[in-house]
Design a protein around this ligand. Structure first.
Ligand code: IFM
Length: 471
């Protein structure tokens, strides 16, 4: 398979600074950093169950302790302040708030997030909570999980409890993180919790996650009509491997299953007809009720974009590697994902900042206007603590610099990009990869819990202070 699209992407040296009010952030997620899985009445989530399942996590690890952020959050907020972050994106663990996923909230669980938010505000850092970053309470999975419609209503109830507790100090809410991963890796390929391999369940989950988002928007806005509520999706640039019509069709199908299956309901109030055609043969569509799309398309205060890479795809000739995440793409088993030709991160993901510009400009061009935030972008590299105790990671600084340049390019094309969050603040539990992949600006020694800001952290702090990239 030939791919002729490896072009160097020059960092934008524009003199234009980032817009006034641009948010400079970093992101984390509850299960990846908090640890303290039994503290203060927290219940089990699907990730507790999954990570304790033999063979599920590459290095056999769990999030039981992770970065012990639950006990060290004040130190971590101090680190954020030293970096000069103006916003911090974190997630709230549903099983801390409702240990069984339903019923009265657990005051001790909510108190943790009150303390965290107060600490952030005390340091002048804007809290950006995400309500769901994959840790479904295990009892709800026993009741059927995301393939069941009722889970969406349970999520809306949970959202209302959290908003009731924190709405006096949090202005901006994000409902979901990366519903594609929850649906297609959780229920399709089984690489993520709860580890099911059932394409029909995956497609139903995708819709119920969207519905959960819409119902949560309603619940929060009923309490506060001016609350700013948005959501976050993981988007990919998608290109055909060759100019053949078959590869163009493969790119259309993967773009549909990765991107448009979420963007169109959220922003246009309908599913793309071609995507429905592609998936309906395998699943039937009786789980989509007539009014759901109105609920899902509630106006968004912002759209969070998590961007990491580009997919280059081809119709399978059955002579190449298996598709990436085999099973995660219902009805697309005949599509191959090409091995990247250019530089990659340690995750094996192609480094393609032009794909971020393409993604942001496409949103601006093809969809109704909505403020855009890059809510995750970052790279895993094998960072090593040097004899002097420093962690030198120029490749991560370069990666972030290139992607910030891509944001500037998108802004120069009119895309309303209002902020950027590095994934991640800390090295952490990288899901099925365990602790083998380090994404942090800050190195974590998991034996001692010592935090060491890497050179990329110092570099990022300098960009934030100057509010621009170096020429
Ligand atoms: O670690 C994850 C995060 O939880 C969701 N977005 C992608 C990151 C890197 O894989």
């Amino acid at each position: 398979m030939t791919i002729g699209r490896e072009k160097p992407h020059p960092v934008s040296t524009t003199e234009n600074p980032f817009p006034v009010g641009f948010r400079w952030g970093a992101a984390t997620a509850a299960y990846q950093i908090e640890g303290a899985v039994d503290a203060d009445g927290r219940g089990p989530s699907i990730w507790d169950t999954f990570s304790h399942t033999r063979g599920a996590i590459a290095d056999g690890s769990t999030g039981d302790i992770a970065c012990d952020h639950y006990n060290r959050f004040r130190d971590d907020v101090r680190l954020m302040a030293e970096l000069g972050l103006t916003a911090y994106r974190f997630s709230i663990a549903w099983p801390r708030v409702q240990p069984t996923g339903r019923g009265a909230p657990n005051p001790a669980g909510l108190d943790f997030y009150r303390r965290l938010v107060d600490e952030l505000l005390g340091h002048g850092i804007e809290p950006w909570p995400t309500l769901y970053h994959w840790d479904l309470p295990q009892p709800l999975e026993h009741d059927g999980g995301w393939p069941e419609r009722d889970t969406a209503q349970r999520f809306a109830d949970y959202a209302a409890h959290v908003h009731h507790a924190l709405g006096d100090r949090v202005d901006r809410w994000t409902t979901l993180n990366e519903p594609w991963c929850s649906a297609f890796l959780g229920y399709g390929s089984g690489e993520h919790a709860p580890g099911r391999r059932d394409p029909i369940a995956a497609v139903r989950s995708a819709h119920h996650l969207m519905l959960a988002h819409g119902l949560a928007c309603q619940a929060i806005r009923e309490a506060n009509p001016s609350a700013e509520v948005g959501t976050t999706v993981n988007l990919y640039a998608v290109s055909p491997a060759t100019t053949s019509p078959a590869d163009a069709d493969a790119a259309r199908r993967i773009d549909g299953l990765a991107n448009r299956i979420f963007l169109d309901p959220l922003l246009r109030g309908r599913y793309p007809a071609d995507v429905l055609d592609d998936i309906s043969v395998a699943t039937g569509l009786d789980h989509i009720h007539p009014d759901d799309l109105v609920t899902i398309a509630a106006p968004l205060a912002h759209l969070g974009v998590n961007y990491y890479s580009r997919y280059v795809v081809a119709r399978s000739h059955h002579d190449g590697p298996l598709p990436l995440s085999h099973g995660a793409w219902p009805g697309a088993d005949d599509i191959q994902f090409a091995e990247p030709h250019g530089p990659t991160t340690d995750m094996g993901w192609a480094i393609d900042p032009a794909g971020l510009t393409e993604t942001l400009v496409r949103l601006h061009r093809d969809y109704p206007a909505v403020p855009l935030y890059v809510t995750e972008n970052g790279a895993a590299f094998d960072d090593i603590v040097g004899p002097d105790g420093r962690v030198d990671d120029p490749q991560r600084a370069r990666y972030i610099e290139q992607h910030l340049g891509a944001c500037l390019d998108a802004i120069s094309h009119g895309a309303p990009v209002r902020g950027y969050f590095v994934w991640s603040l800390l090295d952490n539990f990288e899901w099925a990869h365990g602790y083998s992949q380090r994404f942090g600006l800050v190195h974590v020694d998991y034996t001692t819990q010592r935090r060491t800001p890497k050179t990329s952290a110092h570099w990022y702090a300098d960009v934030i202070r100057r509010h621009r990239l170096s020429p």
